[in-house]
Design a protein around this ligand. Sequence first.
Ligand code: PLP
Length: 361
Amino acid sequence: MSRVYNFSAGPAVLPEEVLKEAAEEMLDYKGTGMSVMEMSHRSKAFEEIINEAEQDLRDLMGIPDNYKVLFLQGGASQQFAMIPMNFMKHGVADYIVTGQWAKKAFQEASKYGKANKIASSEDKTFSYIPDCSDLPISEDADYVYICENNTIYGTKYKELPNTKGKPLIADVSSCFLSEPVDVTKYAMIYGGVQKNIGPAGVVIAIIREDMITEDVYPGTPTMLQYKTHADAKSLYNTPPAYGIYICGKVFKWLKKMGGLEEMQKRNEKKAKLLYDFLDQSKLFKGTVVEKDRSLMNVPFVTGDKDLDAKFVKESKEAGLENLKGHRTVGGMRASIYNAMPYEGVEALVAFMKKFEEENQP
Ligand code: PLP
């Protein structure tokens, strides 16, 4: 068996330990004689899996009791519609547009009410996070929306925006569980799990209880109402059971590793290695303003498209996979989520050094 270092932005690398454990349990989960994939979601075994997953996540993030934890489907993109359908009670919401995903969420919200773009970094290809200390928050805004870590552009909010008392909703798909978080600062935190937590398709939404009501956009389907899932403890219909099981395993792995403080330390160490190299390189250049750099997604370029393509090709041959930048921006991007070992980043930096020597500018 040979595993590569997988720098994919998502679906992305998962802890080897978790995958091995899941493989061992594939045919017979804890003496049930069946795989979790084959098991009723109403069974005792699955009830334990989902309850433990929720509790472990609560422990890791310090989620207060007045927040619901929902395991949903439809990818993070489905939330772009569910959020306005459920929360635009007065038909107004403020969006900070810091990348493609925030922009898509903003555009989707515009279908259900008045979505205001109160700040944007599109003027400089989303290479920074706008100053959010004194934003023109709308008086009647039902919420303020951000994408906390911008997967494509490699930026991250280091400080949350001042929402002037309005509920804050954050897409944390690409920074989920990468560092400690104060849940009480948000009305809702959500993310697709396929980057830091588990298989694509599962979405975790952590929502303050008072936000969840029956007062939703007229015609909102039952399945798209948070109340449906909150009331049924994520078991209104058949949930993405196998995905939830893997998420649960990753939560246990994170606890064993020392929790989110420890992950932050590891992630900072990994990111520093790569950013320090980029900062002194004569060939490669990071594309993000230093203060807003993400710990998870590191985009970089050589400035020469052909050389970028050569780098992507040769790095793949060297066992460093998925370093091609997002199709909308080009260049390269190394996603270094929780499960990427330090050695993976060391291997990448060693390869970049060698490439630089062989391709002197
Ligand atoms: N939000 C962010 C920050 C993302 O990075 C992505 C996907 O990469 C999405 C939303 C969309 O996720 P999905 O494909 O699960 O709908």
